[in-house]
Design a protein around this ligand. Structure first.
Ligand SMILES: [Zn+2]
Length: 435
């Protein structure tokens, strides 16, 4: 299969007239300035698909519903949804959520998965039934997934899990290791690890997960400093900030990604800088939950690589995540142009790819044949000369026309052939979970 791109973003530079040869799921020759002979034409800008580095699929249920005054009261509603899911309903819900992602140009999702067990806290007969439901859902849609199996053992610092938290908790670090060993990678699935937070794991338990990640050379993610209350509790308990505590366990390496990293100090940033760890910002969730503004510019100035995630799915819109990272910096600093548009696209694509453990990416020979095409002549983007600026400052998910993953068309002409009615599916599944 051959494609001809009107414009293509390669190595941060927009080229005109690029021919992509695709065979066996990988790019063959990539020819710049070629004529459109015998190839499927892609109008607009073609680039690697977005990588959504931080997702909790079931949080989609809460979009537009949870109106309480704080993160902590939002969390109570999230727990009510978590209590109602089973492997079948989670599969159907997640399939619709991943369909929404694919239509928004997302080709890879990092699912930070902690809803493991039965409502009683007992494992399902198939201990990974919930994780397998997520893997099957992504597979049906046709996108890549890194399942970040999340170790969660405590309901707070020094506290046992209670209520719905028993569904999240494995019996011990060893039980987590044993369960995760049952998850298998495929061409489109990678298995990684996550520390839920410093609230949910003690030091020695974090060490076990860090060692597993090291032994498997897998990505390792953790929620870090999303909320100031979380920092205060951690400092009171450990006399150290969350990232200082996590770093003591050996978890912070070049395969580590700190999720949110919103309420942080200069020395917190230096820890990631020294260990080459990454940060995943989730600006639309952070603003929805009134978390604060992540220090995107300071992180870039320190050479910390960024990725982006839609997290709670207040919206699923990687254009908006890119835009928000920049706009929030403008509001906080009183200065414009804090982050480069090409750098924001890198965060939404290759930064996420590194964070989730997917090697070489980009429209280059030998790389996985993954790409998204965004139209540039719709009402949102018409008249903008700079294609990358059009993407970052004006485009919306509805401007995505095509998504190809591993050489297979996932979105064609703005529709998803594998899932005919994702909106109907979302409405139906959410109504069942909220009646
Ligand atoms: Zn999260």
């Amino acid at each position: 299969m051959n494609y001809w791109c009107e414009q293509a973003l390669i190595g941060g530079v927009v080229h005109q007239g690029v021919r992509l040869e695709v065979s066996d799921g990988r790019f063959g020759d990539v020819t710049i300035g070629s004529p459109p002979n015998d190839a499927t034409r892609l109008r607009g800008l073609t680039l690697p698909p977005f990588t959504n580095s931080h997702s909790h699929a079931f949080h989609r249920v809460l979009r537009g519903r949870a109106f309480q005054d704080s993160f902590w009261s939002w969390r109570r509603e999230m727990y009510e949804t978590a209590a109602r899911l089973d492997p079948d309903s989670y599969y159907r819900l997640a399939r619709a959520v991943y369909a929404e992602m694919a239509l928004a140009g997302i080709g890879t999702v990092g699912e930070f998965h902690y809803l493991h067990h039965q409502p009683s806290g007992m494992p399902y007969q198939e201990p990974n039934a919930m994780g397998e439901a997520l893997i099957a859902a992504a597979g049906d849609v046709g996108i890549r997934m890194t399942l970040l199996d999340t170790c969660y053992l405590h309901g707070g610092l020094g506290r046992d899990p209670e209520g719905v938290q028993v569904r999240f908790a494995d019996a011990s670090p060893a039980a987590w290791v044993e369960r995760v060993a049952g998850l298998e990678a495929t061409d489109l699935v990678k298995v990684g690890a996550a520390l839920h937070s410093v609230r949910a794991l003690e030091l020695g338990e974090m060490e076990t997960v860090a060692a597993w990640s090291e032994g498997n050379r897998s990505p390792l993610h953790a929620h870090v400093s999303e909320q100031s209350a979380e920092n205060e509790e951690c400092v009171a308990f450990y006399g150290a900030s969350p990232i200082e505590v996590i770093a003591r366990t050996g978890a912070v390496t070049e395969r580590f990604t700190a999720i949110h990293f919103t309420q942080v100090t200069a020395s917190d940033i230096e820890i990631l800088q020294e260990e080459h760890g990454m940060v995943c910002l989730c600006p639309t969730t952070e603003r929805d939950l009134a978390d604060g503004i992540g220090p995107a510019r300071r992180l870039v100035d320190h050479g910390v690589e960024l990725s982006l995630g839609t997290d709670s799915h207040a919206v699923i819109d990687m254009f908006e995540e890119m835009r928000a990272a920049e706009m929030d910096e403008r509001l906080a600093s009183g200065r414009r142009e804090q982050l480069s548009p090409v750098g924001l696209v890198a965060a939404a694509t290759s930064g996420g790819g590194r964070s989730l453990g997917w090697g070489q990416s980009g429209l280059v020979a030998g790389a996985a044949a993954d790409f998204v095409t965004v139209t540039l002549d719709g009402v949102h983007t018409a008249g903008i000369d700079d294609s990358v600026r059009a993407l970052v400052f004006a485009a919306r998910p509805g401007d995505v026309t095509d998504v190809v993953v591993a050489g297979r068309p996932v979105v064609v002409g703005g529709t998803l052939p594998s899932i005919p009615d994702p909106a109907g599916d979302l409405a139906h599944e959410i109504s069942l979970l909220t009646d």
